[in-house]
Design a protein around this ligand. Structure first.
Ligand code: ADP
Length: 165
């Protein structure tokens, strides 16, 4: 049984995250989308809300589940008897931080491999932060997130602003 852990804040889950989940689900027997509590980051969505949005997004993926974790990622990977951590690389700007994290995680636990995956090119510009920013300004995010995430964003941040003529 090959298990991969896909960790992140997922505040909220986007089509870029979903693209990576689809790819990882083809390579591993089981993929766990692991939501970091990230209270320090002051998330827009609570942990339970983020988990519910992810669970709705992965309904069509029988070998993907969602879970919450706190503390060291490598300890969580061990606890789940996982072999790998999945991380997304969108642009060179992601590389520096991800490289440092991957090597640190290897120092902490030699057994855990980090696998970097690239999303479909149309999602390389997409981040949860940008999606929240657009939604906050009344922009339409329907191309960037699953439809129920778009609804949840509007409930939190208000309706789409009318187009000015
Ligand atoms: P963080 O771990 O910084 O809280 P996120 O929750 O935003 O990050 O994302 C979790 C993981 O998904 C990270 O590896 C990030 O690089 C990756 N990711 C985020 N958005 C995309 C995207 N549009 N395409 C591919 N990977 C992405």
């Amino acid at each position: 049984m090959r298990t991969a852990i896909y960790p992140g804040s997922f505040d909220p889950f986007t089509n870029g995250h979903l693209d990576l989940v689809h790819r990882a689900a083809k390579l591993f027997d089981h993929v766990i989308v692991a939501v970091a509590k990230s209270e320090g980051k002051g998330p827009l969505f609570s942990l339970d809300e983020r988990l519910a949005l992810i669970r709705q997004s992965i309904q069509g993926e029988p070998n993907v589940t969602a879970d919450a974790f706190d503390g060291l990622l490598v300890n969580y990977v061990d606890q789940q008897e996982g072999q790998a951590v999945i991380r997304g690389l969108r642009a060179v700007s992601d590389f520096e931080f991800e490289f440092q994290m991957a090597l640190m995680n290897r120092k902490l636990n030699e057994r855990v491999e980090t696998i970097f995956m690239m999303p479909k090119d149309t999602y390389t510009f997409l981040s949860s932060r940008i999606v929240k920013e657009i939604a906050r300004l009344g922009g339409d995010v329907s191309a960037f997130v699953p439809s129920h995430v778009g609804v949840a964003l509007r409930e939190k941040l208000g309706p789409i602003a009318p187009k000015s003529s």
